[in-house]
Design a protein around this ligand. Structure first.
Ligand SMILES: [Zn+2]
Length: 259
């Protein structure tokens, strides 16, 4: 079925919203890794709190910036869908709690670094590896601001029918599977977005049953149907992962979802 002008406009908005997030995340990652680099590798534990405070401030602030981007995208997509009714007042999702930020940074940062060093890894190399992991965990929390904004808006707005996952060009098998399912309806019980560390997926909104149907008719879904024919539950997921990883050897590999 040919795409309507409105569907094409909404798709473009969803894609540019995803790219905006990717751009933000790329430079935030550089900033966070730069701050990590200020850690004194001879005094990891005593120099960590200052570094953590600086990274935590970026997470708290930038998750809100992402939330604003999410709301702005949502209103544009809504207009492109031809919804004339006034939108509900959208609030920016709350930043991750200070406790969550601290726990995330503590668990991925200094203690993992010390464990790697204890395993006999070269100190600068261990620091670099750990910094990349800290950055990935931090940017997941930041980007969740954008994802949550869209899910929250869909939930609040009676004109919205569903949200759906928009992946980067080369998603991991887990995200490809979720994206293949298309729209997640407002009424459906859902555990949320399920972004893993280094997940580049974005959330987008859908405003009609007809658009939802069109989104469901996607190439990933056809692949999923074909690959998992005759399999169910965990077996279906297993054959899908095997298929995906073989087809995309360069893809980030098996990812563990984080709710
Ligand atoms: Zn993803």
């Amino acid at each position: 079925m040919a795409q309507t002008a409105s569907q094409a406009a909404q798709e473009n908005q969803a894609e540019s919203f995803r790219q905006q997030q990717a751009f933000q995340v790329a430079w935030l990652l550089l900033q966070i890794i730069g701050l990590w680099g200020l850690l004194d590798l001879r005094n990891v534990i005593s120099s960590w709190p200052q570094v953590r405070t600086a990274i935590a401030a970026i997470i708290a602030e930038q998750s809100q910036v992402m939330g604003q981007l999410g709301n702005a995208y949502y209103l544009q997509a809504r207009a492109a869908a031809g919804i004339l009714a006034l939108p509900p007042a959208l609030s920016v999702p709350a930043a991750p709690s200070p406790q969550l930020i601290k726990a995330t940074l503590d668990s991925t940062g200094p203690y993992s670094l010390l464990a790697r060093i204890k395993q006999g890894r070269d100190v600068p190399e261990a620091a670099q590896v750990t910094g990349a992991i800290v950055g990935a965990a931090a940017t997941r929390l930041i980007q969740n601001g954008a994802r949550t904004a869209v899910l929250q808006a869909v939930q609040q707005d009676s004109a919205a029918v569903a949200w759906y996952r928009v992946t980067a060009a080369d998603p991991c098998g887990f995200c490809a599977m979720l994206a293949s399912r298309g729209p997640v309806f407002r009424t459906a019980q859902s555990a949320g977005f399920k972004a893993h560390s280094r997940c580049r997926c974005s959330a987008a909104a859908c405003f009609s049953k007809q658009d939802a149907k069109a989104l469901r008719d996607n190439d990933l879904y056809r692949q999923w149907k074909q690959v998992t024919r005759g399999y169910g539950g965990q077996d279906a997921i297993r054959v899908w992962r095997r298929y995906w990883d073989a087809k995309h050897p360069e893809a980030p590999g098996v990812m563990q979802p984080v709710a």
